[in-house]
Design a protein around this ligand. Sequence first.
Ligand SMILES: Cc1cc2nc3c(=O)[nH]c(=O)nc-3n(C[C@H](O)[C@H](O)[C@H](O)COP(=O)(O)OP(=O)(O)OC[C@H]3O[C@@H](n4cnc5c(N)ncnc54)[C@H](O)[C@@H]3O)c2cc1C
Length: 369
Amino acid sequence: MPEVVVVGGGNAGFTAASTAAHRPPGAAAGKVGRGHGGRQQLLHRGGHAHRPRRPGRSGRPGRGRPPARRQRGSALLSRGVSGRPGQGHRGRNDPALTAVLVGEAGPTLRWLHAQGMRYRLLYERQAYRRPDGSHVFWGGLHVGNVGGGQGLMADHLAIADRLGVRVRYDSAVTELLHQDGRVTGVVAHLPDSEHREIPAESVILAAGGFEADPDRRERHLGPGLQPGSIAYQIFDAKLRPMLRTEEYDMPGVSVVVADTIGDLAVRIGVDPTRLTATVDDFNRSIDRSVPLDPTVKDGRAAHVVPPKSNWAAPLETGPFYAFPVTCGITFTFGGLRADTDGRVLRKDGSAIPGLYVAGEMLGGLFSGN
Ligand SMILES: Cc1cc2nc3c(=O)[nH]c(=O)nc-3n(C[C@H](O)[C@H](O)[C@H](O)COP(=O)(O)OP(=O)(O)OC[C@H]3O[C@@H](n4cnc5c(N)ncnc54)[C@H](O)[C@@H]3O)c2cc1C
């Protein structure tokens, strides 16, 4: 019987499985320590292969133990992720969970790196070189995985292989087994069988968010988040070279080009008189005495509604470019309630023995942003 079953094979699932592999024998899933004491099985819906469990030899040797939860100062406990009380989350984020996220993100990244995850600085995203040679990274986007999402999964697989984690692909978990209020395993639809019961001492749910479910999107995020809602980002010939290659020159990116704003409007199906007037107003409202500087919040504002507070640049040199854009949901993070050891909580606040949650299936961290 595996000691720990992890449901879901994304970043959270593999991280949870690797963490569980460092537990002392017999310890609960949320407790970590040195050594490879447990047997872990990771059930993953999707994929094409089935890897048997074996003591793997590939990958880099792991070092150290996973960061364990530590008590943090009360200042952090009363604040949002963004640093001010309730800011960005309508005050709905769980302060204790938030403190763990903020306090442990750095150590966790370093621990994952020591296990073999490879990271690099994202110079091609919103990074600008300062005159002194250093870089500023806007939007908190400093670090990414080497090889992007594919690299992330390749690294996770190598680590799981080395730690002896058994990965089962094409295996959808359909039910939880439970006895006397304790979760005792899962029922999974495996490729080689109808449904099979897999008993476990602990189950970690890491099956992702609900962004791909139209009904839940509408129920929890509101109506209107549907395909077909399009806006256009407009740039001129002077701004075009400043756009990030990764986002604006990728295969499949659409762009409409015209020599005048009026022609551009016609091509994207917008009233040419109104768009020309809007762009003229925008250009006139910019305080051009302030120099444009992407390495600082330069205060070069366009005094329009809504105001553009920094980095305002006029659209006046053809050709003009219109990029159609739409909204996307990158994560939902609205899921199960848990304590800071990842134990899933009942409505009355008590922990369900044997059941843990990780990643986007966890609720209580983000709201309204
Ligand atoms: C376009 C895009 C860009 C993003 N950019 C960033 C970024 O730059 N930085 C960042 O930090 N985050 C980013 N995110 C968010 C980030 O990718 C997710 O928050 C994160 O990958 C979630 O990881 P997870 O392991 O919790 O869930 P997932 O990666 O969704 O993994 C869940 C897994 O569980 C499986 N599963 C589901 N149900 C079952 C079941 N019943 N049985 C077995 N398996 C099941 C699924 O098939 C899936 O493989 C982005 C997301 C998107 C969509």
